[in-house]
Design a protein around this ligand. Sequence first.
Ligand code: GLY
Length: 297
Amino acid sequence: MEWAVITTWEMSLKGCGITAEALRHQENLDEAVMKGINDVEDNPEYHSVGFGGGPDREGHVRCDGGFMDGDTLHFGAVGSMEGFRSAVRVAHGLVKGDANNFLVGPGAEKFAAEHGFERRDNLTEESKKSWEEEVEKRKKPLSAYDGHDTVCFLGMQNGRCVAATSTSGLFMKEPGRVGDTPLPGNGFYADSEIGAAAGTGMGEEIMKGALSFAAVLYMKQGYTAQEAADKAVMTLDQSLKKRNGYAQPMSLIVMDKEGNFGVGTNIEFTFCTASSQSGPTLYKAMPSEEGAVITKA
Ligand code: GLY
């Protein structure tokens, strides 16, 4: 395959098409993937990413994002960043260089301002209202899927792999809380000699298994993308259930360096794919004891 892209959740279907169109026209892979993620970040209908994202306990939308270049293994990441349009673009701005690749809070915001990244208050009237309502009734425990779905894109172009992520994180999170999304190896990982992976779900759970790195390592050991995705999620899911009696939601998209896809999940999960051989398509994955059962959605 010349190029391929896999993305998390139905909300990314349009963005998947935007990335596919850019790759069809041989645009730069990084830019193609970020354009697709921007479509999700800019849409106030999606309450887990960018504009209109879920505020933290103090009513601020603080975003996380990551980007990894599978050729160099260089990564960039931002955590708990407020006031900018695109967490993934600022993360991408940090990919170069051998230090200071992961900035959080005021440090990330200073970097973004100094480098001219577009500013935006991501708190919309609707996200402010949902925060105010939640403050009123706030007594229940946090659930990962209270409007909490990370957008992740994996792209491959002529053998080069990248992984990119963006989220506003857990709704009503503690100020300063950072999930798996900007953490290399956890929320995302890319190695062009093997493939790439990215996770969505409860960050605290995903971080217990370094889920994205685990999947890439399984592919290195010879497992297919689908086998690696299932093995990574099911191994962690079972381990957590054995130790704690439960495992919180987690899903993983995986792609090998040839552009073959895989998905692992312990909940119902939608994802999208496109490649030089097939157009943008929405799928549903359901968990089972044998691994994810995937159908067209
Ligand atoms: N998976 C995103 C987060 O937990 O923040």
